[in-house]
Write a protein that binds this ligand. Structure first.
Ligand SMILES: [Zn+2]
Ligand SMILES: [Zn+2]
Length: 236
C-alpha cells in the first residue's frame, strides 16, 4: 500500500517533496545559482578577446568555459550539473552573445533544475600587442633573400607560419613588410616567434641564416639590455 503525497502549497500529487512542497513551490523565487554578467572585450585587429586581463582566441567554447567558472551555486544544491549554450546574436552591428545556462542538482534527493539567460556585448578594443604592431614595433627583422619567384614562395610560407604563431601570441605579427628587388624584410613583433619561423624556413628551403643584433635600449633600468635581432635568410 502506498500513500499519496501532496504539495502543501499547490496540492500537486507528487512524492518528490522538499520540506512538504513540490519542487516548483519550494523553489518559488529562490535561485539555485547566480551568475555575474561577464565583461569580455575583443581586439578589432587580431580578434582575440580579453577576460580577466588575459587574451584568448574568441570562440563559443572559450566563452562557455569562462561562464561556467562564474556560476555560483546555492549552498543547499547538491551535485550541481551546469549546461551552457552559447549562441552569437546575429543581425547586430556589435559582437553579441546569448547564453542559456541550465543547472540541475538535488535538494533533499529531489531533482531540481533552473534556467537563466544572459545577453552580453563584446566591447571592441585594440590590444597592447596590436597597438605596438601598429606603431612599427619590432623585436626582430627577418630578411628573405632569394630569386624573385622563390622569395615570394618563402614569404608566403613565413606569413602563414606567423598566422599560426599569432593564434597564441598577438605580438607574433608583422608591423611592416618591405619588398625590395632582392626579397623581403619582415618587421616582427616577437623575437622568439621570428627565430622559430627562421629555423623552420632555413630547413625547408635550404637557406643560410646570418643573425645580428643591435642594442636598442635597456629594460626598466634593471640592467637588462634589449636587442633587436636581424635574421638574414639567404639561398645557399
Ligand atoms: Zn506545489
Ligand atoms: Zn590584438
Amino acid at each position: 500500500m502506498s500513500f499519496n503525497k501532496f504539495c502543501a502549497k499547490c496540492g500537486k500529487d507528487t512524492s518528490a517533496l522538499i520540506k512538504g512542497h513540490c519542487s516548483d513551490c519550494y523553489l518559488g523565487k529562490k535561485e539555485l545559482f547566480t551568475i555575474e554578467k561577464p565583461t569580455f572585450s575583443v581586439c578589432k585587429i587580431c580578434g582575440k578577446f580579453i577576460f580577466n586581463q588575459k587574451w584568448f582566441p574568441l570562440s563559443e567554447t572559450t566563452i562557455s568555459e569562462k561562464i561556467l567558472a562564474k556560476i555560483k551555486y546555492a549552498p543547499e544544491l547538491n551535485s550541481p550539473k551546469p549546461f551552457v549554450e552559447v549562441t552569437q546574436v546575429l543581425n547586430s552591428d556589435v559582437l553579441m552573445y546569448e547564453v542559456l545556462i541550465k543547472v540541475e542538482g538535488f535538494i533533499e534527493n529531489v531533482l531540481v533544475s533552473q534556467e537563466k539567460e544572459i545577453v552580453f556585448k563584446i566591447k571592441p578594443t585594440t590590444c597592447d600587442a596590436c597597438t605596438k604592431l601598429n606603431a612599427n614595433y619590432r623585436e626582430a627583422v627577418v630578411q628573405i633573400r632569394a630569386e624573385k619567384s622563390e622569395a615570394k614562395k618563402i614569404y608566403d610560407t613565413a606569413m602563414s607560419m606567423l598566422d599560426k604563431e599569432r593564434e597564441t601570441n598577438s605580438l607574433a605579427g608583422t608591423s611592416k613588410i618591405i619588398e625590395i628587388p632582392q626579397g623581403y624584410d619582415l618587421w616582427i613583433g616577437d623575437k622568439k616567434a621570428a627565430a622559430r619561423i627562421v629555423r623552420a624556413i632555413s630547413k625547408m628551403f635550404d637557406m643560410k641564416v646570418t643573425t645580428s643584433k643591435k642594442l636598442i635600449g635597456e629594460d626598466g633600468g634593471r640592467g637588462n639590455f634589449v636587442f633587436r635581432f636581424t635574421f638574414c635568410l639567404k639561398k645557399k
